[in-house]
Every structure is written in structure tokens, then in C-alpha cells.
Design a protein around this ligand. Structure first.
Ligand code: SF4
Length: 367
């Protein structure tokens, strides 16, 4: 990943004119509960300019669930988790994709849409999980565990995916691990790089799991004690946790699933009071779609996701920076494990209601 985004953005505040008002008034009701009017008048000129430029350049914006509401609801053309976004991008006839998310997501879009121009508004928007492991690390793992299939979480770089047998998401990890073991005729699977996701999968299957010492710096900070305190302060609250959290956090939760799993749970069950144990913008976005549900909001921000802002998206479309490029050979190799996952006839989502102890066979790390 590039290590610098160039000079910091110096775009001056744009004026809130009658023209801007006419172009954006219809969007404000979507976010009014989350964004005060005084802030909206600062954001609206950027939103109008971005939406104009999207038409001019035949561009779409892919907005991840962890984007702030003004990006998620007002400039995003597709919203969801990283894989949903890349699949939507592949179907679109846009020439340009702007990834409102982190760098590995932009790489996934480029892998699935190699003929499109893929832009990331800030190339420093990385990820602690994705940067925990390299393609060379995976090659060493394969030498150490010959014949054992490598299942890789989509939160990884293209180099890592290129060394992978099949990818998984947090919503299908258990099923993909079981499928890989069956296909390769093994009782062991390498599931990298998130050791907590791996432990949570291990609690749901008899397959032995070898993992990597990676973690999401947002989800690893939650503790079981946090959950108990939230329950004490909010009697009756329903706790939904992301499977990148440590297993003892999931053990305290009422439901554990991916970002889309959590969002669907709230839509379908309409709990009176709920807490999402994940990145904080997710609660803001889900709350706007579920006005009758009260959200308790412990806040762990992802510093990388929060590097993406309206001014940076605008600058990206104006300058066509920063373009994501990947060696075509790596694109070819990295696409196969993603397509294998997409082609699997998976019937259910992983729900992580632990059935075993969350023990893994080994946690490998760079020596
Ligand atoms: S929330 Fe975690 S996994 Fe997602 S981009 Fe941030 S650090 Fe990476």
C-alpha cells in the first residue's frame, strides 16, 4: 500500500448557495436525525459538488457500513459490507469507482473490476488486520502446513488473496472453512489473518484451525466487562457483536454476526433497545433506518475509515487520485479465491452461538 497521500487537503469551505440548497434539500431528511442543520450547511456544498462530478465522470461511490451518515446516505451509490460493495461495482456500468472505505476494499474492487478506474480518497486509509500479514507470510505458512487449505478473510491485501485457496467473510466463515476441509480432504484449515474470527469459527466447527496473530484494532478493544457494564446500565438491552471481537465478548452477546447480519437483525426484530458492538458509525447508519429502535452507543472509531471525508472524496473525483493499481498477474490469482467463495452454494449465515471452546490448533506470527 502507498505510504503517503500527498499534502493534506486544503480545500476551502464551499459556500452554501441557493443552487446547493436546491440540489441537496431532498437528501437532508435521510440524515436529519444525525446531522444538525448548522453542520448540514457545511456538508451540503460538498455533497452537491460530488454528486455533480459523479454524473460528469460516470463514477459510482461505494460506501462501507462504517462511513459517516453524510457519506453513507448522501453520496454513496451502493452501501454495505466490503464484498457486497465490490459485487455491486462489478455489475455497474460506471467507468470510475470511488471507494469510500479502506485500501484493501479498493483493491478488492479493482480485482473484481480490473477494467475500471478505482480511486481511494486517502491511500493511508489502511487496516490493522490487512497490514498484519503479507503474501510472503502466507507462502511460509503453506510450506509449514503442506496440503492444508488456506482460507483468507476478505480484509486482506491483493498479495495475500493471491496466495489463497478460498476467501471468506465474517458472514460465511464457518461454512467456507467446512467446505475447504471437505474439498481438500483435511481435518485442518488455515484461517487468516484474524485470530479472533478464527477462534469464533473454531467454536462452531470440529475442523482444526491454524490462524495468524492479526486483529482488528477496533473490535479487539471490546471486553466482556464492557458488555456486562452496558447491560447493568441499560436493563433489557439486546447486544449484537461482530465476530472480529474476542470470544468472551461474543459469549456475552445475544447475537453475533457480520455488519449485514447485525443490520438485518435490527430490521427484522425491531428491539426496543440495542447495542452494536462494532465501529460506531454503523450504529448511526442503522439507527437512521430504524427510527423506533433506541441505540446504546459505546464508541470505538476506526481511525482508517475516518480518514475518508467529503472533501477528500471531492478532491479524488476532481484530480482522479489516488488510483489503485495492482499487477495484472496478482489480479488474476487474487480473483480466483474470491470467485470460488461467491460460487459456493451457501445456505445460511454464520451465527457464532458457540458450541465448543474457542480453541485454535495454532496461532502463527511473523518470526
Ligand atoms: S474496523 Fe478493523 S477490520 Fe475494519 S478497516 Fe478498521 S481496523 Fe480494519
Amino acid at each position: 500500500m502507498p505510504d503517503a497521500s500527498g499534502p493534506e487537503l486544503k480545500t476551502p469551505a464551499l459556500p452554501y448557495t441557493d443552487e446547493v440548497k436546491a440540489k441537496t434539500d431532498h437528501l437532508y431528511p435521510r440524515v436529519a436525525k444525525s446531522i444538525p442543520e448548522i453542520e448540514w450547511r457545511v456538508m451540503a456544498p460538498y455533497i452537491a459538488a460530488i454528486n455533480d462530478l459523479k454524473k460528469e465522470k460516470n463514477a459510482v461511490i461505494l460506501a462501507h457500513n462504517y462511513m459517516t451518515p453524510e457519506i453513507f446516505y448522501c453520496v454513496g451509490d451502493f452501501a454495505g459490507d466490503s464484498l457486497q460493495l465490490a459485487k455491486e461495482a462489478a455489475k455497474s456500468d460506471a467507468d470510475v469507482i470511488v471507494q469510500a472505505g479502506v485500501h484493501f476494499m479498493a483493491e478488492t474492487s479493482k480485482i473484481l473490476c480490473p477494467d475500471k478506474t478505482v480511486l481511494i480518497p486517502d491511500p493511508k486509509a489502511g487496516c490493522s488486520l490487512a497490514s498484519s500479514i503479507t503474501g510472503a507470510d502466507v507462502r511460509l505458512l503453506k510450506q509449514k502446513y503442506p496440503g492444508v487449505p488456506v482460507v483468507t478473510y476478505v480484509n486482506t491485501t491483493a498479495d495475500v488473496k493471491a496466495e489463497t485457496d478460498i476467501c471468506c467473510t465474517s458472514s460465511n466463515a464457518v461454512e467456507v472453512v467446512e467446505h475447504a476441509a471437505k474439498e481438500f480432504g483435511t481435518d485442518t484449515v488455515i484461517l487468516i489473518p484474524d485470530q479472533f474470527l478464527a477462534r469464533n469459527v473454531a467454536a462452531m466447527t470440529d475442523i482444526k484451525i491454524v490462524t495468524w496473530a492479526g486483529a482488528c484494532e477496533v473490535h479487539e478493544r471490546f471486553t466482556a466487562e464492557d458488555i456486562r457494564e452496558i447491560r447493568e446500565g441499560n436493563p433489557g438491552v439486546i447486544v449484537l457483536a461482530h465476530p472480529e471481537c474476542p470470544p468472551d465478548v461474543l459469549a456475552e452477546a445475544d447475537f453475533a454476526g457480520s455488519t449485514s447480519g447485525m443490520s438485518n437483525y435490527v430490521k427484522e426484530n425491531q428491539p426496543n433497545n440495542v447495542v452494536l458492538i462494532t465501529e460506531c458509525s454503523m450504529s448511526d447508519n442503522v439507527a437512521l433506518e430504524n427510527p423506533n429502535v433506541n441505540f446504546v452507543r459505546p464508541c470505538n472509531l476506526c481511525p482508517y475509515m475516518k480518514m475518508i471525508s467529503l472533501p477528500k472524496i471531492l478532491r479524488s473525483l476532481q484530480t482522479m487520485e489516488h488510483e489503485v493499481t495492482i499487477d495484472p498477474e496478482i489480479i488474476e490469482k487474487a480473483r480466483r479465491p474470491i470467485e470460488r467463495m461467491i460460487a459456493l452454494p451457501l445456505k445460511r449465515q454464520s451465527m457464532y452461538n458457540h458450541q465448543h471452546a474457542p480453541e485454535v490448533a495454532a496461532v502463527e506470527a511473523r518470526s
